[in-house]
Structures are given as structure tokens and as C-alpha cells.
Design a protein around this ligand. Structure first.
Ligand SMILES: NC(=O)c1ccc[n+]([C@@H]2O[C@H](COP(=O)([O-])OP(=O)(O)OC[C@H]3O[C@@H](n4cnc5c(N)ncnc54)[C@H](O)[C@@H]3O)[C@@H](O)[C@H]2O)c1
Ligand SMILES: O=C(O)[C@H](O)COP(=O)(O)O
Length: 526
């Protein structure tokens, strides 16, 4: 899958280094951070790539309108402003810059935790208003307090390490990070139910997904120590805003540091105006260092992908990870061609699909070869305007109820065998790559002495072996205005041979005429 990126739109405020890196690599860049939704919909068809932060909402209609879009880049971490499902179904890669703003977000979280202990924002404001009110601002120490960290990923870990230097005990929960890993950064892993009653402070560092939406709600606040302080520097809605307001009003929550909101900018000011809330306008990643890093990283990730060097930061293209090098391209093409041939030779719905690679060279190729096979296999049934590729084929196959199993076996020369089981029986195809060209080496146990090139327009037929077969096929093809560029015939199996004719163009109606000399024939453009 070659990603040609000619023109990229940047629709959010991003460090100028992003533009510099893209332009230095021959990509035309338009930066326009003032587009309305309607303007974005009208503009987007002109672009191969889109780069955003959190302000642009890349909704399904934007993705649908982006008829040339191949990649959406998020200069930052959270991709909740991008409809990743819609992008995946359209075969569009979504990538972020994981880690580029981790330290800034962690530092901002620590700033909010610390500021809550001394009511820093209000104390500073009181001074600006000319007051000297020492009694109103009695604080607490962090030393000896327990910080609960929900989400022990990149930011959660950095927060733990920093807050331990204030003498805090860190406990936390994460469904993926194990207790052993948490212990490596001196954090006690606990199930959520055991966390709430131990925490003096709670900070959340998860993505906003169904499992984390309203994770901290009325029921959770009720289980916490009275006066627990909470920080949300992740995504609005992980701490339920209405429940937080109730807990602040009742005193169950002693203070909240909020950098993110369900609606940004928030129309409802009740939390922001609450005296126990310190709020910032989504500033976690807003440092010179973080912005410079994410801008350069997203641009370099685009360029690396375009140049076929590597794929980093993609969140929806697992099959692409090993498929970028020029050496793998003919194998990807082979997988796709085998998929197209499979639908021609075994039409109808398949109950099982298997793909087996042979040879150590292809040991890691199962995921991209199966995705490529599915892209070919689904080609005839795709919706109008959808181009199948390694990003969307596995997802669309799953949605269609198609499962493919992959395996690898030892063998001296690399090859790919696919088998399609359907109500009509089983079809087996074997292919390989010769001199950089995908070739068919066998069908149904027969083999081609001269492997058949799978490139361009091809005719594939099945016939009873006979000395007059090939002249009759060639005559029929030529009579119908096409010329024969190559011809390979397999050994006989069960009284049948398979043939592949490489054509100079389409056979058109000639296919029907050919069926007088063979038992079945189909054509495809590979
Ligand atoms: N305020 C900002 O400006 C700012 C800046 C950067 C990142 N963020 C946000 O911070 C969050 C964390 O970023 P990160 O880089 O640490 O991500 P990360 O992927 O490294 O870590 C997230 C962790 O959350 C865990 N998780 C998922 N579901 C969970 C659940 N139900 N309960 C507990 N943990 C769960 C994951 O297993 C993962 O370890 C993201 O939402 C990101 O968008 C905000
Ligand atoms: O997820 C992120 O990276 C942060 O929320 C930063 O968002 P921003 O790029 O809009 O500042």
C-alpha cells in the first residue's frame, strides 16, 4: 500500500515546524485554522492528508467528504475528536503522536494537584483584588497523603514519579498495566473498589471511552473519604460533571482541578465558577516544548509513511505495520490478486478462509497478507467510492462475518497458499513472487511449470486437457480483439487443467465465446 501524500491541510493551531518538515519533503501544505464545518466539508476533497489537534471535529461526514483522504494525523494524544471507525471503514489511517506531550500533561496535572492544596488560584486572585487574607487560605501538605491514579499509562506513570517526590503514596488502577509493572514505578496496583476509600487525591489519565465515561460518579464519590480532591487533565466526562458539582457542594469533594470539559469551551459555568474549582482551558499540552515535539513528530510520521520507511503512531492499521518496505509490495499485490481470483473461482459466500505462508521470510507477513487477500476478496462487493486497502479490509470483512485464519510453515522457498471453503467445496490457490512480480504457482493441487504472472488484465480458465486447447484459446482471444501477452497452463488434476492468459486489454464479450472451448472462464484486472 503506497501512500502518496501531495497535499495536506492543517486545520488547528500547530507549531510552524510541522509545515516546514512537510514542505521540505515536497508536500504542499495549507494551514487554515478558521474553517467552519461547512467550509471544511467543501475544502477536504482537495487533500490527501489532514492534521488536527483537538479543536477540529473530524466527524463521519468530514471523512465521507474527504474523497482523497488517506491519512488523518493528530498532533497530540487523544483521538476522541476523530471518528476513527468511519476513517477505518474508508481505509484512512489515523495516527497520533503518543508521548509527544506526555511530560507537559503530567506536569500540568501535578501543578493542579499542588495548587489544590493551597487554593492557589483564589489566593492569588485575592491579592490582585488588594486583599491580604491569610486566614481564608489554610492549606494541607501533600506529604503522607495518598494519590490514586486511574489509568497508569504514559501520563499516569509520570505523575506518579513526580508526586512521590512530595512524599505522596501512589496507588492506581489500569486494566492493562499489571501490578508488577506498576510496582516498577512504586505504585500499588489495586482494583477500583479498593481505591476509593484510600485516596486523598484522585487523578484520571485514561482515554474517554464507554468504560471510562462517568467513571467517577455519585456512587464513587460516596465511597471516597470526605474532602477527597480530584483532578481531570485527561478528558471531560471521565469525572461526571454533575456528580462533581454535587460532591463539591456537599463537601464530599474538597476541591477539583479541571483542565478538560465535556463541552469545550464550556457553556455551563457552574463548575468553573465554583470556589473549590481550579480550572484551566485545556492547557495540558500547551507548552513550547510539547507543541514543538508533536508538530515535528506528526510531520515526520507522515513523511516516513509516504517514503515507505516506517509506520509509527497509527492507531487503526495493525496490518500495515510490517507491510511498508518496497520488498513487501509484490507480496501485498499477490495477496490481493489471490483474493480477486478466489471470488472468481469460488463465487458465493465462504464458510472458512485460510491463508498459510511458507518460509521464514514470510513468518511475520500473515497479518498484512490476510488483509491484502481480504481486500481482493471483497473488491467485487465493495460499496461505491470505497477503495479497499490494508486498513479497512479486515474491518469490513469482520463486519461481513468473514473470518480468516493464518499460519506459517517452514519451507525453503517463500509462498502463500489460500483456501476458501464454501457450500460448493474447497478452492486452493498457491502463489509466490518471482523477480518482483506476483505469480500463481498452483490451483487445486495442480502446478504451473511456468508460474502465471498476476499483473494487469488476466483471463483464468478451467478446461479438459487437450492438444487443441491452447490454440483454440489463443484464437478465441485474438478473434475478440485482445492479444495474448503471456500464457501459462497448469498440470492436470482430476482431468482438468487451469490456465492464465495475460491480455493486452479486456476481452469484453469474447469471454462468452471462449466458454465454447473451456469449461469455465473469468477475467479480472489485477
Ligand atoms: N489535557 C491535555 O492537554 C492532555 C494532554 C495529553 C493527553 N491528554 C489525555 O490524557 C489521557 C491519557 O494519555 P496517555 O498518553 O497517558 O495515554 P496512554 O494510552 O499512555 O494511557 C492511558 C491508560 O488508560 C488505561 N485505561 C483504559 N481504560 C481504562 C479504565 N477503564 N480504567 C483505568 N485505566 C484505563 C489504558 O490501559 C492506558 O494504560 C488521554 O485521554 C489523553 O487524551 C490530555
Ligand atoms: O490529547 C491531547 O493530546 C491533549 O488533549 C492536547 O490537546 P490539544 O492538542 O488540543 O492541546
Amino acid at each position: 500500500m503506497v501512500i502518496a501524500l501531495r497535499k495536506v491541510l492543517i486545520s488547528d493551531e500547530i507549531d510552524p515546524k510541522c509545515v516546514e518538515v512537510l514542505q521540505a519533503n515536497g508536500i504542499e501544505v495549507v494551514k487554515n485554522t478558521k474553517l467552519s464545518k461547512e467550509e471544511l466539508l467543501a475544502e477536504i476533497p482537495k487533500y490527501d492528508g489532514l492534521i488536527v489537534r483537538s479543536a477540529t471535529k473530524v466527524t463521519a461526514d468530514v471523512i465521507q467528504a474527504g474523497s482523497n483522504l488517506k491519512i488523518i494525523g493528530r498532533a497530540g494524544t487523544g483521538v476522541d475528536n476523530i471518528d476513527c471507525k468511519a476513517a477505518t471503514e474508508r481505509g484512512i489511517i489515523v495516527m497520533n503522536t503518543p508521548g509527544g506531550n506526555t511530560l507537559s500533561a503530567a506536569e500540568h496535572t501535578c501543578t493542579l494537584i499542588i495548587s489544590l492544596t493551597r487554593d492557589l488560584a483564589r489566593a492569588a486572585q485575592s491579592m490582585k483584588e488588594g486583599r491580604w487574607d491569610r486566614k481564608a487560605f489554610m492549606g494541607i501538605e501533600l506529604n503522607g497523603k495518598t494519590l490514586a491514579i486511574i489509568g497508569l499509562g504514559r501520563i499516569g506513570q509520570e505523575v506518579a514519579l513526580r508526586m512521590q517526590s512530595f512524599g505522596m503514596t501512589t496507588i492506581g488502577f489500569d486494566p492493562i498495566v499489571s501490578a508488577d509493572v506498576a510496582a516498577e514505578f512504586n505504585t500499588e496496583w489495586l482494583p477500583l473498589e479498593q481505591i476509593w476509600q484510600r485516596a486523598d487525591f484522585i487523578t484520571v489519565h485514561t482515554p474517554l471511552i464507554p468504560a471510562t465515561t462517568n467513571l467517577i460518579n455519585d456512587a464513587v464519590f460516596a465511597k471516597c473519604k470526605k474532602g477527597v480532591r480530584v483532578v481531570n487533565c485527561a478528558r471531560g466526562g471521565i469525572i461526571e460533571e454533575a456528580a462533581l458539582l454535587r460532591a463539591l457542594e456537599s463537601g464530599q469533594c474538597g476541591g477539583a482541578g479541571l483542565d478538560v470539559f465535556c463541552e469545550e469551551p464550556p457553556k455551563d459555568q457552574s463548575l468553573i465558577q465554583h470556589p473549590k474549582v481550579t480550572a484551566t482551558p485545556h492547557l495540558g499540552a500547551s507548552t513550547i516544548e510539547a507543541q514543538s515535539r508533536v508538530a515535528v513528530e506528526i510531520a515526520e510520521q507522515f513523511v516516513d509513511l509516504m517514503q515507505g520507511k516506517k509506520l509509527f503512531g497509527a492507531i487503526n492499521a495493525p496490518a500495515l505495520t510490517n507491510a511498508l518496505s518496497p520488498a513487501t509490495q509484490p507480496w501485498v499485490k499477490l495477496g490481493e490478486s489471490l483474493g480477486v481470483l478466489a471470488t472468481l473461482l469460488a463465487p458465493g459466500s465462504a464458510s472458512a478462509l485460510q491463508l498459510q505462508t511458507t518460509g521464514a521470510e514470510l513468518a511475520q507477513a500473515g497479518s498484512y497478507l490476510s488483509a491484502a487477500f481480504l481486500a481482493g476478496y471483497l473488491r467485487s462487493s465493495r460499496a461505491e467510492g470505497v477503495i479497499l486497502n490494508l486498513v479497512n479490509a479486515p474491518v469490513l470483512a469482520k463486519e461481513a462475518g468473514l473470518k480468516i485464519t493464518t499460519s506459517n510453515q517452514a519451507g525453503p522457498s517463500p509462498s502463500v497458499a489460500v483456501s476458501v471453503t464454501s457450500a460448493n467445496g474447497q478452492l486452493q490457490l498457491v502463489g509466490s513472487v518471482a523477480a518482483g512480480v506476483p505469480v500463481l504457482t498452483g490451483v487445486q493441487g495442480s502446478s504451473f511449470a511456468v508460474p502465471a504472472s498476476l499483473r494487469g488484465p488476466v483471463l483464468i480458465f478451467k478446461a479438459a486437457p487437450s492438444p487443441t486447447l491452447l490454440p483454440a484459446v489463443v484464437e478465441s482471444v485474438v478473434k475478440n480483439g485482445a492479444s495474448v501477452v503471456g500464457l501459462s497452463v497448469s498440470s492436470a488434476v482430476n482431468s482438468a487443467v487451469y490456465g492464465v492468459v495475460n491480455l493486452s486489454g479486456s476481452l469484453g464479450n469474447g469471454l462468452e465465446a471462449l466458454k465454447n472451448v473451456v469449461s469455465s472462464a473469468s477475467q479480472a484486472s489485477l
